[in-house]
Design a protein around this ligand. Structure first.
Ligand SMILES: Nc1ncnc2c1ncn2[C@@H]1O[C@H](COP(=O)(O)OP(=O)(O)OP(=O)(O)O)[C@@H](O)[C@H]1O
Length: 575
């Protein structure tokens, strides 16, 4: 498990650091590490300044006062510059790394229609949006934070450990008739103090981890509940579901508040402890060093330097123990990202069972085509068929017989099956799903999709296309940005999709229940429009309505058990 985890981390980590940006990235990282070392060095210098300064005060050396204040100012100034840039440059590295990873994941998610295949594979529970936006950010931030933090605190511990050791001298403790000498006793005490202190903080604070986790969960539930209502506002309004929703809201919000009270109480306890511990940390080194001070082995300067060094060693040690929370967080992020990466790689490497090529002169040819489900069940078996240019074929069959899946196979987005699909060479092909997708943005962008607004056609062509499909009233709103999939009725959206066909001017069009929300006269108008404006257009439609027969010449019927047959529509009508 640990080995897998380390491998997963390495897999996610190494990409950027061995990419084309590796030298700049490594250089920047080395520079940031160097700045961190420099800041520790300056802290050591400031720490020994305490010694000189307080000794000068104790000896009433007025002449040393201003030079020492000047030295402190210079050291502090340098420290500020270094501390600020260490953070600024770390963030720069963070943003570069995140950009690189995000771009990689976005292109991986888009490549080979992985965003769709993940759904087909049933791996969509992974919330790709969250993985790509939040988890990558967290992975990068936490990794750098831990890596640089560890290095810095390790250096601090080593540097101030030595300072403290040198300052402590030896403490002789008489026990019975024996005398024990503890060398570097201040160092050992600071060590024990931090370990014991952090352990107690853990005892008091560990419940907070679970409580915080629950808090996030309850907040998310509450938010999700409101989002559901927003998304389904019309249904809720029709049902007059406000009282039921109100109960749901209150229940979920009560959980948020209840847990927050627990969180507050536990935080109060922890704050008592943390503040007490912090105050004690001021007095403990003084008490420990006092015997040497009063014994004359140490001057005021040494005492003050000891207090400061004690604080640094203690901070550094606490950092290691406190980091377990961050490590746990990073571990969770790595687990989520690793499983997402694995699913994505699996989806990418899923080879299409059906060979797809361009070549048939103007004709669409299927040879030995099997369309299957992920579990191996065949929806269509051994289909060999040639549809010449200008064909108008209606695919029929009972619900669930595989009509849409056949279209997916022809579109090359369905990986399960075998055989060969040969698409007409050099023809433009367009697939229209039942629910047209309208991207965010202006109506012009929605109309142009999947082309860009600039490539789709002139203002005139767009307006004409809207008029042709009976949406002339929208022509003046082409540049209006809105949530068009909410504003337009499903029937209007379907007509917009027909306007897209007029703009793309394909030679082949595949319609998957693309007129299901239109009334029959409108449906006929749309088919007539295609015939009139795009003569020679080949049409393959999926649909249930009997009126569709009149728009097609042939019927491809799927029986649902894998068998299929093609018949001329006239024959169907005569029968
Ligand atoms: N991603 C998937 N994973 C597993 N099975 C699926 C998946 N998508 C579709 N199916 C199954 O494939 C079968 C055919 O579905 P398809 O949508 O092609 O049918 P259809 O003939 O178009 O139905 P309808 O007329 O109801 O639209 C159904 O039994 C469906 O449950």
């Amino acid at each position: 498990m640990k080995k897998n985890f380390a491998r997963a981390f390495w897999h996610l980590f190494r990409g950027y650091w061995s990419s084309e940006h590796k030298w700049r990235a490594r250089g920047l990282l080395a520079f940031v590490i160097g700045l961190n070392f420099a800041s520790v060095y300056l802290l050591v210098r400031i720490n020994s300044w305490y010694n000189e300064f307080y000794n000068a005060l104790q000896a009433y050396q007025a002449g040393s006062f201003w030079p020492l204040v000047g030295e402190f100012t210079a050291l502090a100034f340098l420290y500020i510059i270094i501390a600020v840039y260490a953070i600024y440059l770390r963030q720069m590295l963070q943003i570069k790394w995140r950009t690189w990873m995000t771009e990689r994941y976005l292109s991986g998610w888009m490549k080979h229609q992985v965003y769709y295949r993940l759904q087909v594979l049933g791996s969509d529970t992974d919330n790709p949006d969250q993985r790509i936006s939040e988890d990558i950010n967290q992975f990068v931030t936490l990794t750098l934070q831990l890596l640089l933090g560890f290095l810095k605190q390790l250096t601090t511990l080593a540097a101030f450990g030595v300072v403290l050791w040198n300052l402590s001298g030896a403490l002789t403790v008489p026990i019975g008739s024996h005398e024990f000498t503890i060398y570097g006793y201040m160092f050992w005490f600071s060590f024990l103090y931090s370990v014991a202190g952090t352990f107690c903080a853990h005892l008091v604070g560990r419940r907070l981890i679970g409580l915080n986790f629950d808090q996030q969960r309850f907040e998310a539930d509450f938010r999700f509940n409101m989002m559901r209502v927003r998304e389904n506002s019309e249904s809720v309004a029709f049902y007059r579901g406000e009282p039921a929703e109100d109960v749901g809201f209150k229940e979920r919000f009560a959980r948020v508040i209840q847990n927050y009270w627990l969180l507050m109480r536990r935080t109060k306890l922890l704050n008592f402890y943390v503040n007490g511990y912090g105050q004690l940390a001021i007095i403990v080194p003084l008490v420990l060093a006092a015997p040497r001070y009063f014994g004359g082995a140490m001057q005021l300067g040494g005492l003050m330097q000891t207090v400061s060094a004690f604080g640094r060693v203690q901070d550094a040690l606490s950092y290691f123990v406190d980091s377990y929370d961050t490590i746990a967080q990073l571990a969770a992020v790595i687990r989520r990202l690793a499983s997402f990466t694995e699913h994505m790689e699996r989806a990418q490497s899923l080879t299409d069972g059906v060979a797809r090529e361009r070549g048939g002169k103007d004709a669409l040819a299927l040879s030995g085509l099997d369309v299957a489900l992920p579990d191996g069940r065949r929806l269509m078996r051994d289909c060999t068929l040639t549809l010449p240019a200008g064909s108008r074929v209606l695919v029929t069959g009972v619900s669930g017989s595989g009509k849409s899946t056949l279209l997916r196979t022809l579109a090359g987005i369905w990986p399960y099956g075998s055989g060969r699909v040969t698409l007409p060479e050099g023809s433009r092909i367009l697939f229209l799903p039942q629910r047209p997708y309208l991207p965010l943005g202006t109506l012009r962008q929605a109309l142009a999709y999947p082309q860009t607004a600039a490539a789709a056609g002139s203002q005139q062509a767009m307006e004409a296309a809207l008029h042709d499909v009976g949406l002339g009233q929208l022509a003046s709103r082409l540049d209006q940005t809105d949530d068009w999939s909410r504003i337009l009725s499903l029937g209007e959206q379907q007509r917009l999709a027909f306007a897209r066909v007029l703009l793309v001017r394909p030679q082949w069009v595949f319609l998957d229940e693309a007129t299901s929300a239109l009334d029959e006269p409108r449906e006929q108008e749309m088919y007539d429009l295609l015939r009139e404006r795009l003569p020679g257009l080949s049409i393959v439609s999926v649909g249930h309505r009997s009126t569709l027969f009149a728009q097609h010449d042939e019927e491809l019927h799927l029986a649902g058990d894998g068998s299929w047959d093609v018949r001329a529509i006239a024959a169907v009508a005569d029968a």
